[in-house]
Design a protein around this ligand. Sequence first.
Ligand SMILES: Cc1ncc(COP(=O)(O)O)c(C=O)c1O
Length: 432
Amino acid sequence: MTIDVSAFLPRDGAAAMRQAIAPPMSEMQGSTILAIAGEVRRMKAQGREICDLTVGDFSPQHFRIPAALEARIQELVGQGQTNYPPADGVPELKSAIARLYERDLGLRYEPDAICVGSGARPPIYASWRLFTRPGDKTVSFLPMWNSGYYAQFCETDHRFVPTSAQENFFPTVEQVKAELPGTRMMVINSPLNPTGTVIDSEVLAGIATALVDENRRRDSRGERPCMLVFDQVYWMLTSAGLRHHSPVQLVPECAPYVVHVDAISKCFAATGLRVGWAVLPPYLQAQMKGLIGHIGAWAPKPEQLATAWLLDQPLVMAEYLDGLRAQIDTRLHRIYAAVQQMHAAGLPVQAISPQGAIYLSFRVDLVGRGFASNEEIRKWLLAEAGLAVVPFQAFDMPDESGWFRMSVGACGVEELDAALERLRKALVARPA
Ligand SMILES: Cc1ncc(COP(=O)(O)O)c(C=O)c1O
C-alpha cells in the first residue's frame, strides 16, 4: 500500500512553515536572481528569443572546465577515491593551494592556514558564524553579492554602505574609516560581483592600513578585532593589464585579520564541482574546520585531488585561463563597445569598462523618464529587447538609478549580437 503523504499535511503550508521554523530563518527570502532566471526559463519555454544575462554561472555548452581536470576526476572516481576526505581538505590540496598563493600572489601561508569547503560559500558562511554574534555590527558595501543573507542568518546589526559608479563601486578609505569603529566583520569582494570592477590597489592598501590601526587600538584595550573577509573568487579572471591584489600583499600587518575566500568555481568554470577554500591565520583554522566538518560542507574527494593536481600545473592553468578570459572578454567587450556606440548616438545607456569576473555594469538612464523603477526597466528590456538582466537591487543596492548586472557566462556571441541589436531598436522606439 502507498501512503499519499499530502493527505496528512496542513493546507496552509506557509502558516505551517512559520509555526515550525523560527525567525530569522522563517523570514529568509529566495534569491531574486534565481526568481528572474525562472521567469526567463518560462518565457524561453514559450518560444521567446531571450538572451539570458542573469545567472552568475557558466553554461557548459559555451564554457568547459579544463579537459585535464575532467579526465582526472573520472580517473579518481574509478580508483575508488570516494570516501570521506578530511573535514578541512585533503593534504595534497592544502599544499597545492599554499604553493599557488606563494607562486602567483607572493604570499607564503602554511597548509595548516587553509580550510577547504564545498565551494566558496561554506568558508563565507563559516566566517560569519565564527566572527559574529547576534547584534554585532557587520558591514558590506553595495552593490554586493549575498552579504544580506548571511547577515540575516547571523542576526547581525548589518550596515549596507552604498558606493558609487565614480568610485568604481568600491568603498573609499574614508567610508571604511567611518564604519570601522565597533565593526566586528567587514566583507570586500574584488573583482566584484555584480559590477565586474576591480578595487584600486591604493584604496585597498588604505583600507588595510585603517584596519590595522583600528585593531591595534582595540588590542591595547583588550577588545575583539574587526575581521575582513576578502572574497577573491574571481581573481584569476582579472582583465589583462590590471593586477589583482590581496590586502595582505599590500599591507602584510593586516594578515591576522584577513580571511581570503577562494574557489575553482569561477576561474575554472567549475561551479558544479564544489571546491573552495579559505586562507586564514592558522590559529583560526581549527574552528573553521570544525564548523565546516559539522555541516558536512567538505568538497568531494575526487574533485579535491584533481584540483590539487591542476593547481600544481602552472602551464596547464595559464593556457586554460588565457582561453577562458578570451571567451569572457570577447563577450564583455562586445557589449561594452555596443553600449558605447548607443551612448554616442544619444541613447540613454552607459556601461563601465570590463575589469574582471564575468560581469558588466550596465545603466539604462530612464528612471523618471517614462519608467518609475529599475524593475520596470528590467521588465521592459525583457519584453521589448528579449534581454534578461539583473537590477542592482538584487545586490541590496536600494537606489533606482538604472544600474543592472550583465553576466556573460551562459550566452553565445551570436545571440549576444542579436540581443544588442534588439536593445538598440527598442531604445530608439521607446515610449517618450
Ligand atoms: C563574489 C562571490 N563569492 C562567492 C560566490 C560563491 O561561490 P561558490 O559557488 O564557490 O560557492 C559567488 C557566486 O556567485 C560570488 O559571486
